[in-house]
Design a protein around this ligand. Structure first.
Ligand code: 13P
Length: 251
């Protein structure tokens, strides 16, 4: 498992073919920072075209179905994603959990289906604002991890966890560096409890309103191994600044 900082852009439901120009520019920028692992998760429709357009960066999906194929109109399976050229997929994003009613058991099944298809997995967890305000943030995240981390041999090998507080997504608000560090330490302890030594190699990304201005201090927090970036990953200019901050953090 790589220990390079991992900077991943989640384009969510944004991206037409015109935006492949941004992906190419991000790819060129990534080649200037070999000490940083960079990836983009565009809408499904762009996965194949992006894979063909870039050389340095990883390309992945934002979700996958638990079954490899069948009568599931509108869904995309992990083997189909892999066939389109994806290296990884995000699962359990809070927007899927909240807007599509995805629970921990389903998220685990998705993570395991993705790994079975040869994809790496970025598993998302994070508390709501009410849960943080009532002092339950670590308990909520711990419960999500217990219920949704993939199990089985080598499950920790192609795995990253993204801690994304729901209240920080798209709001411009971020937790304090101390709170990020405390949560990431708790996640690390749980990963080691579940996977043993292999849990040390799982990168833990922070996500939620990461931008060029705050990336350096968030990436410097304890046990932060990278970032999952939404809005600021949509242009090469803003995303490259975050990749550059990760490169400096590593030096
Ligand atoms: P923003 O960076 O736009 O807050 O989104 C974060 C996110 O949800 C990435 O998965």
């Amino acid at each position: 498992m790589s220990s390079l900082p991992y900077i991943v852009g989640n384009w969510k439901m944004n991206g037409t073919r015109a935006m492949l120009a941004e992906a190419r520019a991000i790819d060129r920028a990534a080649s200037r920072f070999p000490g940083v692992q960079v990836a983009l998760a565009p809408p499904f429709t762009l996965v194949h075209a992006m894979r063909e357009a870039v050389q340095e960066i990883g390309v992945g999906g934002q979700d996958c179905h638990v079954q490899p194929g069948g009568a599931f109109t509108g869904d995309i399976s992990a083997p189909i994603l892999a066939d389109a050229g994806a290296d990884f997929t995000i699962v359990g994003h809070s927007e899927r959990r909240a807007l599509h009613g995805e629970g921990d058991a389903l998220v685990r099944d998705k993570a395991e289906a993705a790994q079975a298809a040869g994809l790496s997995v970025i598993l998302c967890v994070g508390e709501t604002e009410a849960e943080r305000d009532s002092g339950k943030a670590e308990a909520v995240v711990s419960g999500q991890l217990a219920g949704s981390l993939p199990r089985g041999d080598d499950a920790a090998v192609r795995l990253a966890v993204a801690y994304e507080p729901v209240w920080a997504i798209g709001t411009g608000r971020v937790p304090s560096v101390d709170d990020v560090g405390a949560m990431h330490r708790a996640i690390r302890a749980q990963l080691v409890a579940i996977y043993g030594d292999a849990g040390q190699g799982v990168r833990i990304l922070y996500g939620g309103s990461v931008n060029a201005g705050n990336a350096a201090e968030l990436l410097a927090a304890d046990e932060v191994g990278g970032a999952l970036v939404g809005g600021a990953s949509l242009t090469a200019e803003s995303f490259t600044a975050i990749i550059g901050a990760a490169a400096l953090e590593r030096d």
